[in-house]
Write a protein that binds this ligand. Sequence first.
Ligand code: TRP
Length: 332
Amino acid sequence: MKRILSGIQPSGTLTLGNYFGALKNWVKIQHEYECMYFIADLHSITVTQAPNNLRENTKKAVMQYIACGLDPEINTIFVQSHVHEHAELAWVLNNSAYMGELSRMTQFKDKSKSQKEDAIKVGLFDYPVLMAADILLYDPDLVPVGQDQRQHLEIARVIARRFNNQYGKEIFKIPDGYIAETGAKIMSLQDPLKKMSKSDANPNGFISLLDDRDTIIKKFKKAVTDSENIVRYSDEQPGIKNLINIYSCVTEKTPKEIEKEFESVGYGNFKMAVGEVVADCLLKIQTKYDELNKPENEGMLRNIYEKGANRAEEIASKKLREVYDTVGFVVR
Ligand code: TRP
């Protein structure tokens, strides 16, 4: 069975973008692949996090993974910091990565551009190397990532090849990206040219998986559109295009069918309709989530990420040992 690996940062509550861009698809493929999904808490501290929020968000993310339909019996679900090999391999790989290539990464440039050179965190700069370690520890065949993470996957492949060449051994498998057949990039409701993000300063820009119906409808009502008032799927109307994509993800109707359905309806009614279907869809997830979130289920939850960490560690420790031996460390 081919192996898949991916992760999401717990830097806030998961959003509709995480669901349609990643989680929904992970659920679909969980029976076809051996899947490893983790919460990237090590990555999240490259942007300042309040400790208690980070702790809560990490636990919530585990529950949300399961509430969205990932079966912990057949998937390995774990927390990145529980498997210390990630940080250790990143240190080794730091010596197979160059300052030049890291400083040219789009995400690094975006996240650091508003900061003074003196105050840019080394962790932010080194982020892609840690991500390479996450991936290369497990020899996955495929790594599902969104468009914005493509460059990071590419540099992981470069680092892997460079390491293999330096030591003359195929230590790391070169993973491929995994492109989902369905699903769409969900954009911010306030700025439809930007990806929907949980770290958006304006909470109206994103739908949290845990937002209640009223909040969801309110946010869709406020969604930024244009003045055409015609529900049409076009790049010239990015706000409406995004809403059509969201409606399409929930209902599995095509944009053409949706244009027809809302032909003579103004934006106001269309926005309401999108809000309603999204609220219905999230209600199912929230019902499961509320169940998992009960105090009596805390032990069960801990067991899930314990079991996940043990399984991950089994694979990761073997790989790290091989790497240590290869670079010439005395292996104990
Ligand atoms: N950087 C990814 C993101 O922000 C999260 C991530 C960390 C990841 N490590 C990974 C994704 C390894 C895939 C594989 O979306």
